[in-house]
Design a protein around this ligand. Structure first.
Ligand SMILES: Cc1cc2nc3c(=O)[nH]c(=O)nc-3n(C[C@H](O)[C@H](O)[C@H](O)COP(=O)(O)OP(=O)(O)OC[C@H]3O[C@@H](n4cnc5c(N)ncnc54)[C@H](O)[C@@H]3O)c2cc1C
Length: 536
């Protein structure tokens, strides 16, 4: 052993960094280790190697409600230079005929746009948003920001109040059942499932009926980090190092060390051993943690089996097309409605509700579905991401990881698919066909897994929400709540509650658990979910 820390964290994705920042402020000597050359995981902004000054965000871009997250405030990230923007026309679903369903940060404007399609749906949208506001504030937020309650206790507490019973009633539905039960217009149904459902959970899954009204009611809208998503990682690392923590990148891990049944550190591919006196926390997925890195004999067979059975989202993988431009994309539909050229997230190709079934069926077959794509032009809002007067833009599409049954097919097909996607985009934005594209590159679902191996099968949510892999049972029964059955070993990445996406809440919740186990003072003020649900 040639170095000693209180705790070592595997991976330096944003959840790991949030955890490390809290523990560093507890006075613990911590080290995070990442195989990538830079920290941040899904918080990545790259310089275009062919065109200096153009910056692209190949992974996450739309960060929902980050500035309202408790860790954003507790870690004083704005003091470290982090800034976010929240464009008012937050999402626009542009139809082939030039009409658009618009989602504004102002609910009244969203309702007005919905009314262009159906007045009764607009009324229902407003009613549901109002009804769900207290459910979001008093139940769902404290739940997301806390280690999950044991399901029986949660159910008993929710059963006691009208708000809790309403949540249980709606949750019992699938997003699909919720949308068809509450909305009549085909476009509105399609938009709701896209904006609030399909991006996060399989629309057929019972138990998620609340996800759509919760997002309608939530104050958390899509935001973007000024300077690129990596600036959030820079802020987190700055806070960690200021409080004595260390982040090392370009590190290959060989194994987690175990002594007398307790984790005691890690060994690197170089043979160097790093000792952890108190804990090792893994921001990686359960298979990497329990099967690849833990010694076989130190993991009970039942735990190995559970890790092996951990499942990934079939519908989560994304294909990305990234452009460097002389001018921003100008949508043909903006001739009628100029504000569309200032929309933050733009969705094209989605015209009708039935397309969801086609998308799901194509994914199940490993085939490319008819195109539905969404993206943004970051430089419309933040000129620092391109040279003066120039722009970047991207479009994402949900495509299968195992293309025609094998992810290696992407290497052969990705450029041709990028060209097809560009044709769809150019149909809606004629100026893209007028020589304004200076450079382009694509990123396939297989590339996601190569860049971030914890996103197994290209699953950007780091584990499906099906297979009982939610809440108290995420990643699986016996390893929920961030503790694992192996003494001293914790989990903190997107495969834990509340799951993937840039929420930082997996790391935030893990920090509370680890600090409490180590007898540290919890210097921040996390919610008490049991008390919150008891007080409904
Ligand atoms: C194309 C794409 C678009 C996305 N868009 C959005 C979006 O708009 N909004 C949103 O909220 N989310 C988005 N996401 C999802 C989001 O990026 C992830 O859910 C999130 O990054 C997960 O955070 P994490 O901290 O759990 O892990 P990650 O961010 O994945 O970080 C894990 C870290 O572990 C490291 N690692 C992996 N394996 C090893 C190993 N063996 N040894 C050492 N280190 C290792 C990785 O290098 C990485 O740094 C997107 C993801 C992708 C791929």
């Amino acid at each position: 052993m040639n170095a000693a820390f209180d705790g070592i964290i595997l991976g330096a994705g944003h959840n790991a960094l949030v955890l490390q920042a809290y523990l560093a402020r507890c006075g613990l000597k911590t080290l995070s280790l990442d195989r990538a050359p830079i920290p941040g995981g899904g918080l990545m902004t790259i310089d275009n190697p062919r065109l200096p000054g153009f910056r692209h965000n190949p992974h996450s871009f739309f960060h929902r409600g980050v500035t309202a997250m408790p860790w954003y405030r507790d870690l004083e990230l704005e003091r470290h230079g982090v800034r976010y923007l929240q464009p008012k026309l937050n999402v626009a679903m542009i139809l082939r005929d030039g009409r658009a369903l618009e989602w504004w940060t102002d609910l009244d404007r969203t309702v007005a746009s919905c009314a262009d399609f159906s007045t009764s749906d607009a009324d229902e949208l407003w009613r549901l948003a109002e009804e769900f506001k207290p459910i979001v504030e008093r139940i769902l937020l404290p739940e997301a920001q806390s280690p999950p309650l044991e399901p029986g206790l949660r159910h008993r507490l929710l059963e006691r109040s009208a708000l809790g019973r309403r949540l249980l009633e709606i949750s019992a539905l699938s997003p699909l059942e919720f949308v068809t039960g509450h909305f009549e217009n085909d476009t509105v149904r399609a938009g709701l499932l896209f904006f609030n459902g399909l991006r996060e959970v399989d629309l057929r899954l019972k138990g998620f009926g609340h996800s759509i009204p919760a997002l309608l009611a939530s104050r958390a809208k899509a935001q973007m980090a000024v300077g690129g998503t990596a600036s959030l990682a820079h802020g987190l690392v700055a806070d960690i190092t200021q409080h004595g923590g260390e982040v090392r990148c370009g590190i290959e891990l060989r194994r987690i060390l175990v002594r007398n049944g307790r984790v005691s550190g890690v060994e690197l591919a170089t043979g160097e051993q790093l000792h952890a006196n108190d804990f090792v926390a893994s921001g990686l997925n359960p298979q990497q943690t329990f099967l690849d890195l833990m010694p076989r004999e130190a993991v009970p067979a039942s735990l190995r089996n559970a890790a092996a059975q951990f499942q990934y989202n079939l519908l989560a993988p994304l294909f990305g097309l990234h452009l460097a431009l002389d001018e921003p994309p100008r949508y043909a539909a903006a001739e009628r409605c100029p504000e569309l050229n200032q929309a933050f997230m733009v969705l094209i190709g989605l015209e009708r509700f039935g397309q969801f079934h086609e998308i799901v069926a194509a994914h199940e077959r490993g085939e490319i579905p008819p195109p539905v794509a969404w993206g943004a032009c970051p430089t419309l809002f933040d000129s620092s991401q391109a040279p003066p007067g120039k722009h970047t833009a991207f479009l994402w599409e949900k495509l299968p990881y195992a293309l025609h049954g094998d992810p290696s097919n992407w290497a052969r097909e990705k450029e041709a698919h990028g060209a097809r996607l560009l044709r769809l985009w150019s149909e809606r934005t004629p100026n893209l066909g007028h020589g304004i594209i200076k450079d382009q590159f694509v990123f396939s679902p297989a590339d996601t897994e190569t860049a971030l191996p914890n996103m197994s099968r290209g699953d950007l949510l780091v584990g499906s929400f099906a297979n009982n892999q939610v809440g108290y049972h995420r990643p699986f029964a016996g390893a929920g709540c961030y503790r694992t059955p192996v003494p001293g070993l914790y989990l903190c990445g997107g495969s834990t509650h509340p799951g993937g996406n840039i929420t930082g809440l997996c790391g935030y919740n893990a920090a509370r658990v680890i600090a409490a186990d180590l007898g540290k003072v919890i210097w921040w003020n996390p919610p008490d979910v049991e008390q919150a649900l008891s007080a409904l």
